[in-house]
Design a protein. Sequence first.
Length: 389
Amino acid sequence: MNKTISKGVFYIGADDTNLDLFEGQYDLPAGISYNSYVITDDKVAILDTIDDRKSEEWWNNLAEVLGERKPDYLIVSHMEPDHSANVRRVVEEYPEIVIVLTAQALKLYNRFFGDDQDLTNRVKLVKDGDTLELGNRTLQFVTAPMVHWPEVMMSFEQSEGLLFSADAFGKFGALSYDDPEGWACEARRYYFNIVGKYGVQVQAVLKKLGGKQITKILPLHGPILEENLEYYINIYNTWSSYSPEDEGIFIAYCSLHGNTEKAALQLAEILKGMADVKVSVADLRRDDMAEAVEDAFRYDRMVLAAPTYDGGIMPIMADFLHHLSIKNFQNRKVAIIENGSWAPMAAKIMRTQLEAMKNITIVEPVVTVESTVKPATIEALKELAKNLI
């Protein structure tokens, strides 16, 4: 399978519908795409390879596009294995090919593939703003360090305005899957769990791209974006600035014997009864952790509900807070519900962890469930609901 994007620009990637976990940790109910591209001009450039799981399909697609031609350049945007697994073989198959990459990427190349190859005169190191003439088309390189690896760069094709964006603007889901929820849902889960820590770096890249007339965005995962590009760029600006995307309240809870769960669900009903407000609820014991992280960043308010456990908090809540911390969760209002039968400690620990994050406002009162939900608990939940709304 190959897809013509425009005259002389081709898609040669592949869908992987059998992979269950991305990076060994993120559920893939609809698979993933590994994207790769070829530009045929006076010179021929391959833009990234793909994961070893789909090597045979990729080589067939490449051969179909090349025909009798030989590639002149291999542009390495990102050295992560799902994009670089075939790089060494390309270098071996085409002795004349020149590898175009950043100095940091070359270091990673040697770490992944060893330094036993003689790459003398076969490497073209590029930095931010450098260009590569292919004939009628010119690629300008835009370095994107820590989006989300240090060696990442994008390629901007100047004549047509094509932005080869590496992992930025990527999305979970195979291209063959028609996502009924549209682009944003799985793109959001992808962003906050893969790139989310590096908002400052994403902001820097968006500023670099600000003056460019982009007509299409071609990421390394997910669909090519070519309509309403302002929407995608604006939503990336929102995500990377750690601003809430939507007004709403996300309730994340865990429960040992069902009593903390009752309190969390009761709060959700109280909130819905008080105002026309979006309320999203996640049971951290059963729901996808990556989706919970996504919703924490999506909405402007959050409620955490957890029981005390071994003098601390239930481990799944500790794990959730750890995920938020390492992804730079910030700029939100957060309320706390705890449960404890003899020595409640969950609220103290959750508050301490939240206060270590940036610009977190704790919404009072902290509600303590003393073993079971009682009339006094309901009254405290109503007061908390008023303050959340």
